[in-house]
Design a protein around this ligand. Structure first.
Ligand code: DAH
Length: 347
């Protein structure tokens, strides 16, 4: 009996290696433990043995059963693993790019900001940044904007409560923090840090208490410009802005200055452009920027001698330019992160 069991187990192990699918596995199992299987047949002979040999033979059969079960488990495990591998297909290389994944694209406001920076860099301007949470000094006082100016009104400006303190932006005890209403604050920060000549542009986010509609957003973007040196005149200002708008919008773009008032420039102008060659713009004049010659009071606030230096400054809205360039008629599209809108700007 014991040698029969031993052969049976050896045969089973050899045969198991050949079994590679479930039907074959079931047949293999049946040949051993089915109603007419080899082990079943052996068990039937147990009764023919002399009484004293039966217990040992019974134990041997039980051991053989356990060993066989291990062979079955192992074989079935292997078949299952092969089935799973077949379902998954060839091995996956996780370092490969995902097929069909769309390439990301820059946001239209980023595209316009970068283009503006490229143009000004070509003519010697460097790009600087300032904090979005500002103090009244940088946003207003140093820019000759008196306490009763409407821009300083609670209705127009987001102020922070007294208890808030920004570690990276120091303030005097009698000042409040606010979300900057324009990028002009960066003019002051730059001039306090360096001596003329100054040629900078400062792109960035600004905030005003505006009711949101197709042309207003409480959160928008500007680019500030500042040029200070000896003997700078309005002609330089006009030449730089002409160069800029022609580079941005193409040959044939015109600009015009209209007299205006800003507290930090004297004289001050509003700038319009027209670009008849652009079908989205046509020959109408579109207001696009504010500018002027830096007011001597501003130079005094930063310790520049207005008798020695003169300069010009300008500021413009990035959204306005992007809307004109791309023919976008609602400012809210820029902030909704709707892929149907954003995908139109991918190249
Ligand atoms: N700060 C102005 C605004 O937000 C724009 C501006 C006008 C900036 C004249 C300037 C400037 O630098 O000289 O509307």
């Amino acid at each position: 009996m014991e040698s029969d069991l031993k052969t049976l187990l050896e045969d089973a192990r050899t045969a198991a290696a050949e079994v590679s699918a479930r039907p074959a596995f079931e047949a293999f199992k049946a040949r051993l433990v089915g109603p007419n299987g080899r082990l079943t047949e052996l068990m039937k002979t147990l009764g023919n043995l002399p009484k004293e040999e039966r217990p040992a033979a019974g134990r041997a059969i039980n051991e053989a059963k356990t060993a066989l079960q291990a062979v079955f488990d192992e074989t079935l495990g292997r078949i299952e693993a092969e089935e799973t591998a077949a379902r998954l297909g060839p091995p996956i290389d996780p370092s490969l790019p995902v097929p069909g994944l769309a390439r990301g694209a820059l946001h239209p406001l980023t595209l316009v900001r970068e283009e503006i920076c490229r143009i000004f860099r070509r003519i010697g301007f460097s790009v600087v940044e300032g904090p979005e949470a500002e103090t009244e000094f940088f946003c207003f006082d140093a820019l000759n904007t008196p306490a009763d100016h409407p821009a300083r009104d609670l209705q127009d400006t987001f102020y922070f409560p007294e208890s808030v303190h920004f570690g990276n932006v120091s303030r005097r005890d009698d000042e409040r923090y606010l979300l900057r209403t324009h990028t002009s604050s960066v003019q002051i920060r730059t001039m306090l840090q360096q001596q003329p000549p100054v040629r900078i542009i400062a792109p960035g986010r600004c905030f005003r208490r505006d009711t949101v509609d197709a042309t207003h957003s409480a959160n928008f973007h500007q680019v500030e410009g500042l040029y200070v040196d000896r003997g700078v005149t309005v002609r330089d200002l006009k030449a730089v802005l002409d160069y800029f708008f022609e580079s941005l919008l193409g040959k044939g773009t015109k600009t015009r200055f209209r007299p205006h008032f800003f507290p930090y420039t004297e004289p001050s102008f509003e700038v319009d452009f027209s670009a008849a060659h652009l079908s989205k713009v046509g020959s109408k004049w579109i207001e696009i920027a504010g500018c002027g010659m830096v007011d001597p009071t501003v130079f005094e606030a930063v310790g520049y001698d207005p008798e020695v230096y003169s300069g010009f400054a300008f500021g413009m809205g990035i959204e306005r330019i992007a809307m004109t360039l791309y023919g976008v008629d609602d400012i809210r599209f820029f902030y909704q992160n709707d892929r149907r809108f954003l995908e139109q700007f991918s190249s």
